[in-house]
Design a protein around this ligand. Sequence first.
Ligand SMILES: C[S@@+](CC[C@H](N)C(=O)[O-])C[C@H]1O[C@@H](n2cnc3c(N)ncnc32)[C@H](O)[C@@H]1O
Length: 303
Amino acid sequence: MTRGGQGTVPHYAGDVVGAQLGLPGGGLHIYLTGDLLHPPMVSDPGIWSDGRQWRRGAALHTLQIAELAELAAGEWVMDIGGGLGGPARLLAGRRGVHVTSVTNSPVHAETCRRLNRAHRPSRGSVAVRVGDCQRSLPAGPFDAALSINMLYQVKDHRALYERVFRSLAPGGRFVVDDWMLTSLATDADIAALTRHFQFPYFARTTTVEDDLMSAGFPPAEASLDLGHVARGPMADHFERQMWDHFAPRVISDWPGDPVGAPGRPAYGRLMIEEFVTAVNLTIDLYLRRCMTYRRLLVRKPSS
Ligand SMILES: C[S@@+](CC[C@H](N)C(=O)[O-])C[C@H]1O[C@@H](n2cnc3c(N)ncnc32)[C@H](O)[C@@H]1O
């Protein structure tokens, strides 16, 4: 993943790794989960212990979100922080929904548009919009909205939730699916996470429901905790799969190191090392119960 934050370098710009793989903005994640830029947070050791299955796991993760959001064919859905549009295309094809994928990254939007043309879903449709979800969202009205693995990049969660509330039809569902800090996380934990993941705005289990209610939503109808996936199969298999399954191809595509071969745009071993260190930090936080992974469903009142 490239460096650069909100208000500095545009989100995900300058990604040579994704660009070489034909998916600018996807970075190292393309090797792991393709156009789905979230982890396979599914409780399946068979998937976690076999890197070839991680993309399928990330797809299952997306489909489980769709199930909770009760997506039905023909419905209009907004995916906030939609990345390369992988979740949107999957949901259009599998659930027959019409998805508007919103991102603040022009690079993600451009790659998404290109992928939409090349892989037009057999049912449903996918559109992409560029914008900051804190400031504006497409008017809709949408039957459902999703946000997956993106809150840590968004400073004002309440502003996002208020925009979602306005864009939903009466009775519309909203599923928030993200890694979240618990009350045990310290300022030092957040500083360490920010060094690796660039953004400090992690959702918190202690405030996420209040934030949603402040936007007008009633209390959550469902709140699933998937932290056991991180503490179980992810902790057991993540690092080994990174080195045994993914590293050989990544290192072969991006050989050398900054000392022996200076000036190259990327170094495979270094990328893997940095990513393993970053994700191991999260695994440590999951194990210490400072972090968890939550999926919440809220529903806009019908009247
Ligand atoms: C880690 S990616 C996740 C992508 C996607 N949800 C997935 O699972 O494949 C985070 C996405 O959120 C977008 N994003 C971050 N902050 C945003 C904001 N303020 N408004 C809209 N999109 C935002 C990023 O540009 C990126 O597309």
